[in-house]
Design a protein around this ligand. Sequence first.
Ligand SMILES: NC(=O)c1ccc[n+]([C@@H]2O[C@H](COP(=O)([O-])OP(=O)(O)OC[C@H]3O[C@@H](n4cnc5c(N)ncnc54)[C@H](OP(=O)(O)O)[C@@H]3O)[C@@H](O)[C@H]2O)c1
Length: 345
Amino acid sequence: MIAKHLLYTMNSSSKIRFGILGCSRVAQKGMLPAICGSGMAELGMIGSRSAEKAKEISSRFNCTAFGTYEDVINNKKIDAVYVSLPNGLHEKWSIKATEAGKHVLCEKPATTSYASAKRMVASARKNKTRLLEGYMFRYHPQHAKAISLIKEGILGELIRFEGVFGYPMPERSSTMMQKELSGGSFYGSAGYPVSASRMVFNEEPISVFCRLIIDSESGVDIKTEIMLEYPNNKFALASSVFGSYFQSTYSVLGTKACVRVARAYAVPKDRKTKIFLDADDEVREIGIEPADHFQIMLEDFFKEILRGAEGSKKYEDELLLQARVMEAAKLSDKEKRIVKISEIQ
Ligand SMILES: NC(=O)c1ccc[n+]([C@@H]2O[C@H](COP(=O)([O-])OP(=O)(O)OC[C@H]3O[C@@H](n4cnc5c(N)ncnc54)[C@H](OP(=O)(O)O)[C@@H]3O)[C@@H](O)[C@H]2O)c1
């Protein structure tokens, strides 16, 4: 049964009609193909600052409607929107969308502060819409496999997590290098290993220490090192770097074994991935079949929207928890001290 508050937004074909805010690289490479490949959704409208670009992307993805961001938000036939604008614009457009009754899948980091996360979630809850942060890597089956090894006790007691997301320096013109759009490695990439450590430990950290290295030319941080303390003396190191050899990995060390997810965060949908289990002086390779984590997350979101008030996924709580840890990390770098997560209210 479709929940009451959805009746007015669902279109007659009972597929979810998705609108796009911003023809970003990630929209074109990951999300638009995933929407078009999903039997649960229709691409309802493309929004761009540029009419020409909106028209071109619409025709590439067989979408008949296009316009400005406002046009998408004001279109009564649209049920949900995908926000993949520069980080500094996520709050503004997500709130406009939720106020117009749209469900929102907002790219990561959904917010650049805990206060902003609280405003976004409050608006979604007030307007009875769902709000999901786009950490799609979490939906790749390889993490369920790594977590099942942990749950089976193969690693013994968990001791530490180490995750790195690093890649060559982005072009100076990239939105990732624009301070005024909240670019930089902290917002752009550090959230991945932090999110992965929270997922793998299945707990929230107690405190955090963070250090950012700033690029003098652009003013954005190009290196982030975060140390998180978890309950029972577990620690996580989360690093993100602009200007390194490509790394998109994490490992978890336990008393009996170590597991490493070789390609953890940015995973092309046609790529087989590998998990390495190091135990008893032997390294076992576990192959994982290719998976499109954009599509898997999207379908989870659609199913949850269709469940309406009966939905059980805690998307909004998860967004708040991640934002709280990142806020503590930001404060740690600013004040050059360890920050307890409980300080962030
Ligand atoms: N989950 C993932 O796997 C993943 C991967 C990469 C990036 N991301 C996230 O997705 C978001 C977009 O990243 P991206 O690298 O794809 O971005 P991008 O290619 O730079 O695109 C950003 C888009 O935002 C719009 N925009 C609005 N105001 C803008 C401004 N002042 N300057 C530049 N663009 C502006 C533009 O769309 P129009 O011109 O069409 O309006 C532009 O295409 C970021 O939040 C990023 O963190 C997520």
